[in-house]
Write a protein that binds this ligand. Structure first.
Ligand code: WT7
Length: 652
């Protein structure tokens, strides 16, 4: 376990408002004394076709069953759109800023509702029904939000796929999810570049071949790029959608019906589809956005995450819209066409809540204080950060330069599996502390265990594995098609607890600081990648006998990837460029390593396990503190390895 900030000084930023503190204290008291009543009250944030009479019937034991609001019925799109029509139908639901600074669009709740109904009817016209999986592979355009909501309207399960996945990666996910349709576009605009989408899907569908179940591909015109269309399978979005009716009866879903699947990486095996269900997820999205970010009517909320990640689902789409808040969607890049682009957008659209990842904050910080200072940023009320640990200096920069010392910085810890923030400072209710994700939000019970999974009881200072002792409405229900893997991954480490995979440190007041992943997951610029994924990709190349990937710390990305490769033959060893290409073809360019070292042998234990801890040290040039080597089968591997790495190392 790494403790990166053990010696960090602690600054508490006192912004406590007694009324807010009391409100949150009361919530904590209520949920502790009667959790059923508390969570049923939170269900009241939504409109239900049948209001649930029970909240939580989950069990972390045995076959693990997570169930919330199980006798409730509802439709997500009704909650995000229809119920706002009467009193705020003409208020803006979605502000869209295009890649080109001159292009933007605003859709009111009424307009978005009409578009969602049209798409829903179009999907139905293709025979897509409740429970069918629909893959969405779109850039940050209004259509992506409308298509997600259209799936919700007819009870189809959306599977949003990241634009950076390779055709092979997409093909695997299409097969695994059993998707019957894909919604994509011609090509996306990313700053000065055009990123092909339709041809990526065509290539992905070639990979899936006859095992694939995709019958229809809908193509949105985003960039006027000419793409091949396969008659019978491919449909032009405008032609399909524009003539449809603007009314569509919502499908009434059971609370525990699957709402969406979202792929993420684990420490072993292939990417897994995290399952979220309808009622619990939406209560959680509505609750967490409101409690952490005060989703007030008439304010504009901008979370810069791509919709293809959980942050995008919950903090761009469902959380803000369920609360009736305006959400901003930005198609382009942070620093294009000029470095102050984000600040310009905040001023232009009066953004009040701004939420991004530490990797972006570090990049903005590197650009200097001048750029944000040249903008007003007066509309900002609160700032959020999530996705990776934020260092105290980046936190303070964000607070002082962007937030002008008037906006709290809210560091939230969450995961694809948790669907929304679990640990978060609540502005006004407690002092803020740079570098600390602070405490569980009301209703969340974090705990720490030792490496054996035994709880480090109490609230005193401790360091260990971050677990949760009770369920919450947004908790993932399963891994699609592999409930056994689900039980093993999250519930076998500590009996009766959900294990997050992260390490954390607790101070005497119960504040928590995340120390990073404890498993073989690397967090590159907020993208979660399993070492096994990279190793499997590299090992498919015939030139490679064996590979091991590790994460090393990286100034901008948080972590970078380093791969150690043993060649099958020393006569024709693979080149670094070739292996990099293999990784980008099999996974995607976001998984590009910082460095690939060709080595003669990997360090292993007597039972044949690769000792990644040692590789991490060697890759980080920390060779004076290699630690205990007694578990190695052959210690002579180590000096040889250090020598080979030294030879190939080029300082950045
Ligand atoms: C992993 C989950 C915000 C959710 C999007 C990422 C790391 C997340 C924090 C934070 C330190 C964080 C953890 C976690 N992480 N938020 N505030 N401080 N680390 O979801 O892709 O499922 O990744 O991101 O390691 O396990 P994800």
């Amino acid at each position: 376990m790494s403790t990166t900030q053990t010696e960090t000084a602690i600054w508490d930023i006192e912004t406590v408002d007694p009324a807010k503190a009391l409100e949150i204290e009361t919530m904590r008291g209520n949920v502790a004394s009667n959790p059923e009543a508390f969570w049923l009250e939170q269900a009241g944030r939504l409109d239900w076709a049948t209001f649930p009479t029970i909240a939580n019937t989950s069990s972390f034991e045995g076959d693990v069953s997570i169930r919330w609001y199980e006798d409730g019925q509802l439709n997500v799109s009704v909650n995000c759109l229809d119920r706002h029509l009467a009193d705020r139908g003409d208020e803006v639901a979605l502000v869209w800023q295009g890649n080109d600074p001159g292009v933007s669009r605003q859709l009111t709740f009424r307009e978005l509702h009409a578009e969602v109904c049209r798409i829903a009817n179009a999907l139905k016209s293709l025979g897509i029904r409740r429970g069918d999986r629909v893959a969405i592979h779109l850039p940050m355009t209004p259509e992506v939000v409308a298509c997600m909501l259209a799936c919700a309207r007819i009870g189809a399960v959306h599977v949003v796929l990241f634009g950076g996945f390779s055709p092979e990666g997409i093909g695997e996910r299409l097969i695994d999810s059993g998707a019957v349709a894909v919604i994509t576009c011609d090509a996306a605009r990313r700053g000065p570049k055009t990123i092909p989408h339709k041809v990526t899907i065509d290539a992905a569908l070639k990979h899936t071949g006859s095992i694939g179940s995709v019958k229809n591909v809908i193509v949105v015109n985003v960039s006027d790029t000419v793409v091949p269309m396969l008659p019978g399978r491919d449909h032009d979005y405008t032609a399909l959608v524009s003539g449809q009716s603007t009314t569509c009866e919502p499908e009434i879903m059971n609370a525990e019906d699957v709402f969406f699947l979202l792929y993420t990486s684990g420490s072993t095996g292939k990417p897994k589809a995290i399952v979220h269900t309808t009622g619990g997820y939406l209560v959680w999205a509505a609750y967490t956005v409101d409690v952490t970010f005060a989703a007030e009517r008439g304010t504009t909320h901008w979370c810069t995450a791509d919709v293809a990640w959980i942050t995008g689902h919950t903090f761009v789409v469902y959380g803000p819209l369920a609360n009736g808040t305006t959400t901003l969607l930005f198609e382009g890049l942070m620093g294009w066409p000029h470095a102050g682009r984000w600040w310009e957008i905040i001023d232009r659209f009066n953004v009040s809540s701004f939420f991004t990842a530490p990797t972006a904050i570090r990049a903005l910080m590197r650009d200097g204080d001048d750029l944000p200072r040249r903008h007003s940023l007066a509309s900002l009320r609160r700032l959020g950060s999530a996705g990776e640990p934020i260092s105290p200096d980046a936190w303070l920069w964000y607070y002082e330069i962007v937030g002008q010392k008037r906006c709290p910085v809210i560091d939230m810890w969450w995961q694809t599996e948790t669907a929304g923030p679990m640990l978060s400072a609540i502005a006004g209710a407690q002092p803020l502390r740079p570098g600390w994700a602070t405490t569980g939000i009301p209703g969340v019970c974090p705990s720490l265990t030792n490496e054996k999974g035994e709880e480090l009881v109490g609230s005193g200072e401790a360091e260990g594995c971050l677990c949760f002792n009770t369920s919450w409405p947004g908790q993932t229900r399963s891994i699609w098609g592999d409930h056994k893997r689900f039980c093993e991954t999250y519930f076998s480490f500590s009996k009766g607890r959900y294990f997050s995979g992260d390490g954390a440190r607790r101070d005497g007041q119960g504040y928590l600081m995340i120390t990073g992943r404890m498993d073989d997951v690397i967090n590159v610029s907020g993208h979660r990648i399993g070492t096994a994924e990279i190793e499997d990709a590299v090992a498919t190349d015939h030139s490679v006998a064996e590979a091991a990937a590790v994460g090393i710390s990286h100034d901008l990305k948080g972590q970078g990837i380093v791969v150690f490769v043993v060649a099958r033959s020393t006569r024709v060893p693979p080149s670094e460029a070739h292996l990099t290409k293999v990784i980008s073809e099999r996974i995607g360019r976001y998984a590009t390593p910082e460095k690939i070292y060709l080595v003669a042998e990997l360090p292993k234990t007597r039972s044949g396990k690769i000792v990644r801890r040692l590789l991490r040290k060697i890759a980080s040039q920390e060779t004076d503190s290699l630690g205990d080597l007694s578990s190695l089968a052959d210690v002579t591997v180590v000096p040889a390895l250090i020598g080979q790495v030294k030879e190939q190392f080029q300082p950045a």
